[in-house]
Write a protein that binds this ligand. Structure first.
Ligand SMILES: [Zn+2]
Ligand SMILES: [Zn+2]
Length: 468
């Protein structure tokens, strides 16, 4: 192994006293949340690696390029990618597809950073948002992981020190709002010296991920790359987070659960509901192949929203009827005001269509209708957990919203707290409770990424993993 490519440990760094960084974390000063490298010496590697880089407009915007790693410093961590999940939410930047405009549409994500001086489209950005891998180098201030550790590079950061992390809502960590174009740090460069950035400071669609300590979770497991990659994917974390993490609402044993949308996130929620001991799990999706997987991984009933049409809410409520309406007898039906008991926990995992699916389309490509239906399916006193990204504004009956007793939980990553929950989710996979294989239905090498992303975009696979 040559000197240039040898992984750099903190000990070696201290021994060799590497040159100070000319870029790297020192540039990350927006929002005042970073750039706290304390003048520590930087690590210089100059290593070359392959990365899928998006730049410009149009459907050819993402290309496989060879880049050179820039020096790291402070709290930065270099991870050799083992696997990364091809998340549906990244279809637009990866495939250069824009969803059709919708009248009076609200921004897709309320978390989107305000626009700044730089434009993301003009920058060379490694796509993806997270994955798993092995730590190859750490900056001198990193405490959470060491060289050689197996880690999840989480889509959600957890600093552990901001107000929301301290209140148990690290799905809303302060670092999450520092991922806009002006916040990104160049981690590598193209042959002509063009700086290369990463989506959300993490990338994933590359042989290396260079991130900050806040995005890293050590996972002490020897399970297979595909299984760990699936269990640690943003979609699995969100689906399990929405059901078995204490962040939002934990599904209770013997409860009735409805899951709208059976993509990898919804199917992970179905599994979470099964793991939590729900007695009835109703999975709803227009795609037959996805309903079939739902039955395999834990659903007790499946419904096709295209068949149910306007009657979907009534149908689910009828399925949740308790054996008795008799008073004073422990019944749960709402006494004739509305039919059926409703589900104790409803998880919405639909979101908008970026492109028209090649398999069965749902009734509303904006994702608004299922988000409204989910609220009405929920029991009085029940919990409604939303995870999808719809396009537009929802409308609900005001009185039901005001005094109907439904607790709505909106959260990022299903409310999962990375350091607390991701190792637990890996444990669920290792013990055979979370089934990874029916979810990762496409597994490709780095070069096969674009084809696999098309399958994700057109929903012809459940989800895809790219190996590093
Ligand atoms: Zn994602
Ligand atoms: Zn935080």
């Amino acid at each position: 192994m040559s000197k240039q490519t040898r992984p750099l440990s903190r000990r070696r760094l201290l021994k060799t006293g590497a040159t100070a960084a000319a870029g790297g974390a020192a540039l990350w000063s927006a929002h005042g949340v970073a750039a706290q490298s304390g003048g520590a010496p930087a690590v210089v590697t100059g290593r070359r690696f392959k990365a899928w880089i998006g730049r410009g407009q149009g459907t050819n915007r993402t290309k496989l390029e060879e880049v050179t790693l820039r020096p790291i410093s402070g709290r930065q961590v270099v991870v050799r990618t083992e696997a990364t999940n091809l998340c549906y939410s990244n279809v637009p930047p990866v495939l250069g597809i824009q969803p059709p405009p919708v009248a009076a549409a609200a921004p897709v994500s309320a978390l989107a950073a305000p626009s700044g001086m730089r434009r993301m489209n003009d920058m060379a950005v490694i796509q993806g948002h997270g994955g798993i891998g092995i730590v190859e180098a750490v900056g001198p201030e990193v405490r959470r992981v060491q060289v050689g550790d197996r880690v999840c590079v989480s889509g959600t950061p957890q600093c552990g020190a901001c107000y929301r992390c301290l209140r148990g809502r690290s799905d809303m960590c302060q670092f999450l709002s520092a991922i806009g174009a002006d916040d990104l740090v160049a981690v590598a460069e193209l042959r002509d010296g063009t700086p290369v950035y990463e989506n959300s400071h993490i990338g994933g669609l590359a042989e290396l991920m260079v991130t900050f300590e806040e995005w890293i979770v050590p996972i002490f497991t020897k399970a297979s790359v595909a299984d760990v990659g699936m269990a640690c994917s943003c979609v699995a974390v969100a689906g399990l987070g929405a059901t078995v993490s204490p962040g939002l609402a934990m599904v209770e044993p013997a409860s009735i659960v409805a899951v709208l949308g059976c993509g990898p996130l919804g199917l992970s929620a179905v599994q979470g509901a099964r793991i939590a001991g729900a007695s009835t799990i109703i999975a709803i999706d227009p795609i037959k192949a996805r309903r079939d997987v739902a039955m395999k991984v834990g659903a007790t009933h499946v419904l096709d929203p295209n068949v149910e049409g306007d009657k979907l809410v009534e149908r689910v409520r009828a399925m949740t009827n308790w054996p008795t309406d008799r008073l004073w007898s422990g019944g749960r039906n709402p006494g004739g005001r509305r039919p059926g008991a409703g589900a104790d926990f409803v998880i919405e995992a639909v979101g908008l269509d970026h492109v028209k699916p090649k398999l069965e389309s749902g009734p509303d490509p904006t994702g608004i209708l299922p988000m409204q239906q989910g609220y009405q399916i929920c029991a009085l006193g029940g919990h409604y957990i939303t995870t999808g990204l719809p396009r537009g504004n929802i409308t609900l009956p005001g009185s039901l919203f005001a005094i109907g007793g439904v607790s709505h939980h909106g959260g990022q990553a299903g409310g999962a707290s990375p350091m607390r929950d991701i190792p637990r989710f890996v444990e669920l996979m290792e013990k055979g409770q979370y089934l990874a294989q029916p979810m990762a239905t496409t597994v490709v090498p780095l070069e096969g990424m674009l084809d696999a992303y098309e399958q994700v975009a057109y929903r012809t696979t459940i989800t895809a993993l790219m190996l590093g």
